[in-house]
Design a protein around this ligand. Structure first.
Ligand SMILES: [Zn+2]
Length: 247
């Protein structure tokens, strides 16, 4: 199993690289790219929130607590005196950070259903919904954030699986096959619940057409670049082959 540091580092580097690529191809503004980078990094931590002692669990619940506190303050700030709003926000944060976290830790099992591709899909959809409905971001940005969360979480599962192969000794550890899975088939009820939740999430999400359109705009530029790179590579290989035959 890859540790927290490895997961954070890999997720940061990959989502940073992809964020820059999105910026370079005109798919994202600098602000979008920054949000995508954060979303990908957060996605890289999400599958381990089912591990009771993990730093990922505490980070995610701190963020969630801050979100709840912010929402409570935003909702009540015009109707209640400031000290009550502050008290309410603090209470909301503490409730999420300690009570909800303890409940969550009690009901989840490490490497259970939340450490699966199906759960990643749900994380992505929830990110789209929060970005669009709660933070009032544009459709394109909301789907971009959801996509990066999904990508980060999937990289996490892949990384755990890679780490279950002992590369030095070429042995396969017992944990092989437990990290990257479609779902936890031992839990058919929970699988169905996650599937229904993901589909409901998709149904509540804004249409992805705006995002697809911007991809359409960026693709010609991207494929032009690819064609160039491929022809360069072929020419280089041809040269190498000729040089080899000449020897
Ligand atoms: Zn993991």
């Amino acid at each position: 199993m890859a540790d927290f540091k490895t997961h954070t580092l890999v997720a940061t580097v990959i989502s940073g690289g992809l964020g820059v690529a999105a910026l370079a191809t005109g798919l994202a503004t600098p602000a979008d790219a920054f949000c995508y980078w954060l979303a990908g990094t957060l996605g890289g931590l999400l599958p381990d929130i089912d591990s009771d002692e993990s730093l990922a669990l505490r980070i995610v619940f701190r963020l969630f607590g801050a979100l709840v506190a912010g929402l409570l303050a935003f909702y009540w700030m015009t109707t209640l005196p400031a000290w009550q709003v502050a008290g309410l926000a603090c209470a909301g944060y503490l409730l999420v950070r300690f009570v909800l976290l303890a409940l969550f830790a009690r009901v989840t099992v490490h490497r259970g259903i939340l450490h699966s591709l199906l759960a990643n899909l749900l994380f992505g959809v929830v990110a789209v919904l929060l970005s669009y409905h709660l933070f009032a971001l544009e459709v394109r940005q909301a789907w971009g954030i959801g996509g990066f969360v999904l990508m980060g979480a999937t990289v996490h599962l892949l990384l755990d699986e890679i780490y279950s192969v002992d590369l030095a000794g070429m042995r396969i550890k017992r944990s092989f096959g437990t990290a990257l899975k479609l779902t936890d088939w031992q839990q058919p009820g929970l699988t169905l619940l996650l599937l229904v939740a993901s589909l409901t999430g998709f149904w509540l999400s804004p249409g992805a057409s705006a995002w697809v359109q911007s991809l359409d705009l960026a693709l010609p530029a991207l494929s032009g670049m690819d064609a160039l790179a491929v022809s360069d590579l072929l020419a280089w290989l041809q040269k190498g082959w000729q040089a080899l035959r000449a020897v």
